[in-house]
Design a protein around this ligand. Structure first.
Ligand SMILES: Nc1ncnc2c1ncn2[C@@H]1O[C@H](COP(=O)(O)OP(=O)(O)OP(=O)(O)O)[C@@H](O)[C@H]1O
Length: 616
């Protein structure tokens, strides 16, 4: 257990919650500082402020005041043996009353500083830090404005394009519907689990738009991380010839697309006053896009540009505040349907369930006018991993257990002390990475590093990534007879970037490998499409050696084999979304290390991510 950091000046409830590990010292500091500046001393208001800061830190956009007790505490950060329910939680009504009186709250009595916003909804109050409230409002406003009109479409050409690109596909075909929605609406959200053909569909959306507008169509492809951008670029280029797209389309990170700059009046070159120079913008892995980034993107889009958001809303969401993709998929839709849609894919919209593809439900049919389509048919060969993921997503514990115990080749379920196969995968992967890295073959080393990945729910503690990384290094050391020293650079060292570094273009979550350049000089290689990015290690400011990583960090990456070490069933981090994300990182094999109680508890527990966006 790590020591809980306790804020020196906290007292009363703030201190109790801080000592219990519910609030971090930083949450308490921010609340006390705001209280001092704004003239607020009431304990309920300060506690709510600290909880609102904490909510943002743990991914929510706001604090849902009717659910403040539903809190997830990282076991490794919590004090041992704390009973969360026994903490001195204030009455909901008292908190609300204190906030209504508070000089910190906009809408309350005027004070010198009002950083909080209280929003009443039918389901209770939401407490926002003002900045996030404004960003949410901007997203809502831009999307609603974009939904007011439809792009001009050459209907005959669109019909011909769909017939060519989806030749032979039986109705209903959700990919064809998605492509037609994106061609006929300004904003489209193409949602789907792994292997449902999201990228396949994106290539066809672009082909339809190019056919309708000519080669002059300005296309912007982006993803939240460098790695995801590289994958998108690779996938689109692979299909370019087949669907007649311009060769050489490039994808970039969202930060780069928006023109992040170190100096200048604004952080991003493209913004509400200087729009992005694209006719269509496609964002992949949108589940990882934070509220702030989505707000910046929507502000920077030309009002008539198409926007296609692609991703898996069932995954864990961005590390920063906001679950925008999941909110957009769940939110009540606005706008009217472009009548062209029913004319070009009427057969798909009217079709009954097919053996391979479910017809759209009435609700899904209605959501098309908001541009939202969900792909559901798995297209990859061998569907056991996908079936497991779907059972987790649907909360079907018994089906999950049945698949884990089925003996299927793609899935294994082992007890926490049955580590022989895991150990062998760790050692074999390290050996093949090292061989390629020593030969100076960065591409092969990066590829080998993707053959196996050890994932954990927690960072610290007995089930944490740090502990498993140390074990892995001991296993590798025992197998090779050399002790690995993570404090110096060595050939074959697997790296994880822990903070964005725009200067050298590496981003939080990127993974790399240290390779020998051929002359004994070491360089760090990061996967970037065809050509890896090579950097001298001295240019890396925030990287760590990674033999095991948290599931949060693994978002946006895939590996041939994934081993998921589950924590105890009581860990509140062990959630359905976490399990789903971990399982869907695997391309060929997923190994769950844990016991049945943990699996079942994980499938049952949901992440609470409060936001106002999904309420309309
Ligand atoms: N309509 C289709 N017909 C034939 N093959 C398809 C079709 N759609 C997708 N595929 C194939 O299925 C595989 C998965 O598709 P794709 O990579 O587009 O899925 P994805 O949803 O983007 O996956 P991920 O979540 O891993 O990014 C690819 O090999 C693709 O070529």
């Amino acid at each position: 257990m790590t020591e809980v950091q306790v804020a020196q000046r906290g007292k009363g409830a703030l201190r109790v919650f801080n000592e219990a590990g519910v609030l971090a010292a930083a949450d308490v500091h921010v609340a006390l500082r705001l209280g001092a500046l704004g003239g607020e001393a009431a304990e309920e208001a300060l506690l709510a402020t600290a909880l609102a800061v904490r909510a943002v830190r743990s991914g929510s956009v706001c604090l849902d005041l009717s659910r403040i007790r539903e809190i997830t505490v990282d076991e490794s950060a919590a004090a041992e043996g704390v009973d969360l329910e026994a903490l001195p939680w204030p009455e909901d009504a008292d908190v609300l009353a204190a906030l209504r009186r508070s000089p910190l709250v906009i809408g309350g009595d005027a004070g010198p500083l009002r950083p909080l916003r209280l929003v009443d909804t039918d389901d209770g109050g939401l407490l926002y830090l003002e900045k996030y409230f404004r960003q949410e409002q901007t997203i809502r406003r831009v999307l609603d404005e974009r939904a007011l009109g439809h792009p001009a479409v050459d209907e005959d050409r669109l019909r011909a394009g769909l017939a060519e690109l989806f030749a032979g596909a039986a109705a209903p075909d959700r990919q064809r519907i998605a492509a037609a929605v994106a061609a006929t609406h300004r904003t489209a959200v193409i949602a789907g689990g792994p292997g449902t053909g999201k990228t396949h569909t994106v290539a066809r959306v672009l082909a339809l738009l190019v056919a309708g507008h000519g080669d002059g169509l300005r296309i912007g492809l982006a993803a939240p991380t460098g790695k995801a951008a590289a994958r998108l670029q690779e996938a689109v280029r692979e299909q370019a010839e087949e669907v007649k797209l311009p060769a050489g389309l490039a994808a970039m990170t969202l930060h780069r697309m928006l023109g992040w700059q170190r100096v200048g009046a604004s952080r991003y070159r493209y913004n509400a006053g200087n729009h992005l120079p694209y006719d269509v913008v496609v964002v992949d892995e949108t589940s990882m896009v934070s509220l702030t980034m989505m707000c910046r993107l929507l502000e920077a889009l030309r009002p008539d540009a198409r926007l296609v958001l692609v991703g898996d809303p069932d995954q864990l969401t961005s590390v920063d505040a906001g679950a925008v993709l999941a909110d957009l998929v769940a939110r009540p839709v606005t706008g009217t349907e472009n009548p062209v849609l029913a004319r070009v894919v009427g057969a798909d919209l009217d079709a009954a369930d097919d053996r391979d593809e479910a017809a759209l439900s009435a609700g899904e049919r209605d959501r098309l006018r908001g541009g939202v389509v969900r792909l559901s048919r798995g297209r990859r060969f061998g569907g056991e991993i996908a079936r497991l993921a779907v059972a987790v997503r649907d909360g079907d514990e018994d089906a999950v257990m049945a698949i884990l115990r089925s003996g299927a080749e793609e899935v294994s379920f082992v007890a926490p002390d049955d580590l022989a196969a895991l150990r062998s995968d760790v050692v074999t992967t390290a050996a093949s990475v090292t061989v390629a890295a020593a030969a100076g073959d960065a591409v092969a080393a990066l590829r080998a590093a993707e053959s196996h990945r050890l994932l954990c729910a927690h960072r610290d503690g007995p089930f944490g990534a740090a502990w498993w990384a140390r074990s892995s290094m001991e296993w590798i050391g025992a197998a090779t007879g050399t002790r690995l020293d993570p404090d110096r650079w060595y050939v074959g060292q697997p790296l994880l970037v822990t903070a964005n570094d725009h200067e050298v273009r590496i981003y939080n979550g990127d993974t790399g490998v240290v390779v020998d350049r051929g002359d004994g000089e070491l360089v760090a290689a990061f996967a970037r499409g065809e050509e890896p990015l090579l950097l001298h290690p001295s240019r890396l400011s925030a990287v760590q050696t990674v033999y095991a990583m948290t599931i949060h960090r693994s978002q946006g990456s895939q590996y041939d084999t994934v081993s998921v070490v589950l924590p105890g069933e009581d860990s509140s981090l062990l959630t359905r979304e976490l399990l789903y994300t971990a399982i869907t990182r695997a391309r060929g094999h997923v190994r769950i290390v844990g016991d049945e109680a943990s699996v079942r508890a994980g499938v049952r527990r949901r992440v609470l991510r409060a936001s106002g966006l999904r309420r309309g």
